[in-house]
Design a protein around this ligand. Structure first.
Ligand code: GLA
Length: 431
């Protein structure tokens, strides 16, 4: 009896410990996907001079229409998210946050209803401190009220910024209290944090704790529409992979910030790199672009089913950089079924396409192609590389600042005759 009770307690303790691993709100089992206004539309509040770019209900309704009509929602982009600058400069008589009445004349509840009617979800923005980064009212001292207000409006995601947070203790307490406040509302609200980003200059974040409270979290500076921004995010991620990669998993993700594909600053190859590496990093995929004006090529890249499937892989393991060899980087991400996504990035910014040759034994600690595997190229174009084994070499040709994204699917048992005669050293010169 005592032994049975002991077991029961042990099981309960284990269950509780497991539950405490990730924020236990049942959300973000795979990285959330959607659209977020910030990088492209910033704090544009003058609708008279910028009627199509100002942060207004019209902008979000138009994006919702397009997300539903143009294949985005069906590809997985589900959350239409408002960033900073939606608020009126002060709270209402009941101390509640309120939207700017000129730009959101029908209020957020109506906007949420509209977004929901399109089969989409609505995200909103707040700040843990006294003010948002753009100077609108912060949630400090109002966490419960603001969480309830968002829930009453039918909001489905909260991006919670960390400007004007005061001390590091207040920062931590604020992020935790808002998480608890959201939970108390009983509404399912994805909780997007910037807690580690605001901590990092001063103190190493406790990622186990961050993951208990947040569904995803920013670690690094804001993305902007330039290659230097994308490469600085990749460099930061690779140099901190030992601390951040293992934390990620269903319910909690590292957030390297928005996809800027479809804007002005990235070349085609750089857009491919962002898409491929955001898939490898198991990143939340929030586009910040203008869906009313986007090239068919950028749209195809953002809606590429194979890349999205890698990003959304149910195993939920974040990828990492295996090696950096001169100007080449080799990244991989373990996928379900012992498959691997592999990205070869050419970091050279001079010259033309370069060849990179590597052994399949590099992949998955030697297991990805053991005894054999079939390899598909997913980006920049879809190609079949055929069958390979554990002593094969792959040779890929990558444009400057571009990436070749591959998927290797292990083949457990392969009849000898099925291996291509040259499979020990396949020539991929045809690339
Ligand atoms: C911070 C965040 C950005 C954006 C702006 C809004 O800089 O990191 O993502 O939300 O604030 O003011």
């Amino acid at each position: 009896m005592a032994a049975a009770l002991g077991w029961a307690v042990a099981v309960l303790v284990l269950a509780l410990a497991e539950g405490a691993d990730a924020l236990d709100n049942g959300l973000a089992r795979t990285p959330p996907m959607g659209w977020l206004h910030w990088e492209r539309f910033l704090c544009t509040t003058d609708c008279a001079s910028a009627p199509h770019a100002c942060v207004s209900e019209q902008l979000f309704m138009q994006m919702a229409d397009l997300l539903a009509a143009e294949g985005w929602r069906d590809a997985g982009y589900e959350y239409v998210c408002i960033d900073d600058c939606w608020m009126a400069p002060s709270r209402d008589g009941g101390d509640r946050l309120q939207p700017d009445t000129q730009r959101f004349p029908h209020g957020i509840r109506r906007l949420a209803d509209y977004v929901h009617s399109k089969g989409l979800k609505l995200g909103i923005y707040g700040d843990v401190g006294n003010k948002t980064c753009a100077g609108y009212p912060g949630s400090y001292g109002h966490y419960d009220l603001d969480a309830q207000t968002f829930a009453d409006w039918g909001v489905d995601l909260l991006k919670f910024d960390g400007c004007y947070h005061g001390t590091l203790d207040l920062l931590a307490e604020g992020y935790k209290n808002m998480s608890l406040a959201l939970n108390k509302t009983g509404r399912s609200i994805v909780y997007s944090c910037e807690w580690p980003f605001y901590m990092l200059p001063v103190q190493k974040p406790n990622y186990t704790e961050v993951k208990q409270y947040c569904n995803h979290w920013r670690n690094f500076a804001d993305v902007f529409d330039a290659w230097i921004s994308i490469k600085s995010i990749l460099d930061w991620t690779a140099s901190h992979q030992d601390i951040i990669v293992d934390v990620a998993g269903p319910g909690g993700w590292n957030d390297p910030d928005m996809l800027v594909i479809g804007n002005f600053g990235l070349s085609w190859d750089q857009q491919v790199t962002q898409m491929a590496l955001w898939a490898i990093m198991a990143a939340p995929l929030f586009m910040s672009n203008d869906l009313r004006q986007i090239s068919p090529q950028a749209k195809r890249l953002l809606q590429n089913k194979e890349v999205i499937a890698i990003n959304q892989d149910p195993l939920g393991k974040q990828g990492y950089r295996i090696t950096k060899d001169n100007n080449f980087e080799l990244w991989e991400r373990p996928l379900t079924g012992r498959a691997y996504a592999v990205a070869v990035v050419n970091r050279q910014e001079i010259g033309g396409p370069q060849l990179f040759t590597f052994a399949t034994s590099f992949l998955g600690n030697g297991l990805a192609c053991n005894p054999a595997c079939s390899i598909q190229q997913i980006l920049p174009t879809s190609e079949d590389y055929g069958l390979h084994n554990w002593v094969s070499f792959l040779k890929v040709k990558v444009n400057p600042t571009g990436t070749v994204l591959l998927k290797a699917a292990v083949i457990e048992e392969l009849p000898e005759e099925k291996l291509a005669p040259n499979s020990k050293k396949p020539s991929l010169d045809t690339l």
